[in-house]
Design a protein around this ligand. Structure first.
Ligand SMILES: C[S@@+](CC[C@H](N)C(=O)[O-])C[C@H]1O[C@@H](n2cnc3c(N)ncnc32)[C@H](O)[C@@H]1O
Length: 314
């Protein structure tokens, strides 16, 4: 079981956490956002937080309030732009992300995902190097504003970015453009429907990334419910992943699922555990499977676990 943290990142830091909130810096701006997992007390005082912050999001009242979890209002404490850009710079690759204050406490990036981006970049390169002459095909499902798509693109992948919401796909396109990258294929569709069609057509990918929410909708009203449909989706994903020189990254935020659960799901969907029948072609030695938690640590060494992941490389 791995615990992974973003490595030093100039444009992002978790300053403090506690009392069900977190204080973060995104580029030059300090934001206070709700954090249901911050069960402990703040280290800095509330006054210090308020002096530092440009804006604070509170749930419930105001714009975006529709009784839905996470909707609420940004209270401006200092002058700031409603949209701004941060960079993710690593020794081997970099991209930019435009951020913005949305009605649902999100700003367009999940910073704890950075270790997944590093993995996606590295494995896209690796599977590409294994088959020189053609770019590895990478599919990013539930792809949101596209950081994972950009990491795969930087790694030399021929990327298909899929999300059911047109506005976030447009946002991802802006992120590609400001990063001076190109050639990402944009798909606005229901993830399960798309993967089933790819399976019927026999289209194969070398990398598949998925970060599904608890609930969602396809553009034609298709209902996504994680606990009911995830295993079915993973079985379909298994049928369109190349048997060799390929990888999968599954990330889960929702329902309090554990890393072991994510691992069992992948093992079972890909027939890598005792569910494999002898002679069905599965080879237990030809894959690497890692699982763990993605964690942000504040400046006072309080570790905040935010999601779980499983990664399969074969
Ligand atoms: C938790 S976000 C993923 C975050 C992203 N992987 C990242 O780290 O930046 C979930 C995304 O799934 C999309 N979504 C919800 N239901 C969907 C569906 N049925 N098919 C495709 N995308 C869906 C949402 O629009 C949203 O952008």
């Amino acid at each position: 079981m791995l615990l992974e943290y973003p490595v030093k990142w100039n444009d992002y830091e978790l300053i403090d956490s506690g009392d069900f909130e977190k204080l973060e810096r995104f580029g030059g701006y300090y934001l206070i956002r709700p954090e249901p997992k911050a069960l402990w007390g703040r280290t800095l005082s509330t006054k210090e937080w308020m002096n530092m912050a440009h804006t604070r999001f509170t749930t419930g009242a105001g714009f975006g309030s529709s009784g839905k979890e996470d909707s609420g209002t940004w209270h401006m404490l200092k002058k700031m732009d409603e949209q701004w850009v941060i960079a993710y710079n690593r020794a081997e690759f970099s991209f930019k992300l435009r951020l913005g204050l949305t009605a649902f406490k999100h700003v367009g990036v999940f910073p704890e995902q950075a270790p997944n981006w590093d993995y996606i970049y590295a494995k896209t390169r690796e599977v590409g190097n294994a088959n020189p002459g053609s770019k590895p095909k990478i599919l990013n499902l539930f792809a949101y504003t596209g950081a994972a798509s950009l990491a795969a693109n930087c790694g030399g992948g021929d990327v298909t970015h899929l999300d059911s919401v047109k506005q976030v796909v447009n946002w991802a396109r802006v992120n590609m453009e400001i990063s001076k990258l190109d050639n990402i294929r944009w798909v606005i569709e229901d993830a399960l429907k798309f993967v089933k069609r790819e399976a019927r057509r026999g289209n194969i990918y070398q990398g598949i990334i998925l970060d599904p929410p608890a609930y969602g909708h396809g553009p034609d009203g298709e209902r996504w419910k994680l606990d009911e449909l995830l295993f079915e989706l993973l079985r379909e994903v298994a049928s369109i992943l190349a048997p060799k020189d390929s990888y999968v990254v599954l990330n889960l935020y929702s329902n309090g699922y554990s890393a072991v659960l994510a691992d069992t799901l992948i093992k079972t969907a890909f027939r890598l555990n005792g569910t494999a029948k002898k002679g069905d072609g599965s080879d237990k030695k030809s894959f690497e499977l890692t699982y763990g938690e993605l964690v942000l640590q504040d400046k006072f060494e309080k570790a905040l676990p935010l999601s779980v992941f499983t990664r399969l490389k074969r």
